[in-house]
Write a protein that binds this ligand. Structure first.
Ligand SMILES: [Zn+2]
Length: 154
């Protein structure tokens, strides 16, 4: 499983802010459409990326189209991506901090994408969503309770 701490990002030469920012929007879109959690595991690369979700079934082609439409609508709104810092105590009230390393420190960095998404993250992001390009799902599959979504940017 990949985590989003700085050490891992620096060691991953494939790391890509556009792809990673698209991942934030995809996660929020999945939460809103299906009430599932954000991806628990992912692999982000320049050419194509994948996100895994705890999910009971595969997606229909209609759902895939709807996800693409929703993600691209968010991208096209040209939302500002900003960072805020919270104390760990305050951040705990609003955000799921379970993915943060224990030594994350007392200041928690929250990445906000307009009013669409906010989540703790130490990664690299675009400054505004129109830098991401067009989001396209390559394929999905479902295995033993895990939905894998593969996507690219055009
Ligand atoms: Zn991030």
């Amino acid at each position: 499983m990949e985590t989003e701490n700085n050490q891992e990002i620096k060691s991953n030469k494939q790391y890509h802010p556009q792809m990673h920012s698209a991942e934030h929007i995809l996660n929020q879109t999945m939460v809103r459409m299906f009430n599932c959690g954000r991806s628990f595991s992912n692999h982000i690369e320049k050419k194509k990326s994948k996100c895994d979700y705890h999910f009971s079934r595969n997606l229909t082609s209609e759902e895939i189209k709807e996800i693409e439409l929703n993600v691209n609508q968010v991208i096209k709104q040209n939302l500002t991506v900003s960072e805020e810092f919270y104390s760990k105590e305050d951040a705990k009230m609003t955000f799921n901090l379970s993915k943060l390393p224990d030594d994350a420190g007392d200041k928690i960095r929250i990445i906000r994408i307009g009013d669409y998404d906010a989540c703790p993250c130490s990664g690299l992001h675009v400054s505004s969503t129109n830098e991401i390009g067009t989001f396209k799902i390559i394929s999905t599959d479902h295995n033993e309770g895990v939905l894998r979504v593969r996507f690219k940017l055009l």
